[in-house]
Design a protein around this ligand. Structure first.
Ligand code: IMP
Ligand code: MG
Length: 179
């Protein structure tokens, strides 16, 4: 598995510092609010598990699964809901927790969909941002780190469902996905 990685983009220590910083910002910004963290499966599970423990105020959590990728490395532009939320979000201050904001197609679709359910507010927290690749007019309110246009895996992020269990974020060798 490790042989398929060309470079470590974000180490375990750096990830931990990023999560602590985001947790502090969110705890401060949402202290008088009705925080609901919504994790977008599966890529954001590891980030969500760490982030929710870095958030020091009461919050609820829920999960949603969408798919836009198949097994390639470029977005298909089509977003499918695979698993919906378990509870209504009306009146909640929703914070969508994502692994990576790439073209933005997935998140702009998801934000619109959730907005229609009348939350009190809705914001986005993404661990990684690839601003160079943006196609939709969308930004994240909280960003862990911006990364170059390389295919990132680990800490929840996959290629073809693999590499999610790497404890750091690495860059996948192009030879792996150009086969
Ligand atoms: P977007 O709709 O193009 O912004 O794609 C968002 C989704 O694509 C993310 O939630 C990831 O699942 C996947 N994705 C985009 N870039 C990468 C990457 O570099 N590594 C792994 N998954 C990625
Ligand atoms: Mg994925």
């Amino acid at each position: 598995m490790i042989n398929d990685i060309s470079e470590i983009l974000i180490s375990e220590e750096e990830l931990s510092a990023i999560v602590t910083r985001l947790g502090k910002e969110i705890s401060e910004d949402y202290k008088d609010k009705n925080l609901m963290l919504i994790s977008v499966l599966k890529g954001s599970v590891v980030f969500m598990a760490d982030l929710m423990r870095a958030v020091k105020i009461p919050c609820k959590i829920d999960f949603m699964a969408v798919s836009s990728y198949g097994s390639g490395t470029k977005t298909s532009g089509v977003v499918k809901i695979i698993k919906d939320l378990t509870e209504p979000i009306e009146g909640a201050d929703v914070l969508i927790v994502e692994d990576i904001l790439d073209s933005g197609v997935t998140l702009s679709y998801l934000k619109k969909l959730l907005m229609a359910r009348n939350p009190k507010s809705i914001k986005i927290c993404t661990l990684l941002d690839k601003p160079e690749r943006r196609k939709s007019d969308i930004f994240a309110d909280y960003v862990g780190s911006s990364i170059p246009d390389e295919f990132a895996v680990g800490y929840g992020l996959d290629y073809d469902e693999k590499y999610r269990n790497l404890p750091f974020i690495g860059s996948l060798k192009p030879s792996v996905y150009q086969k």
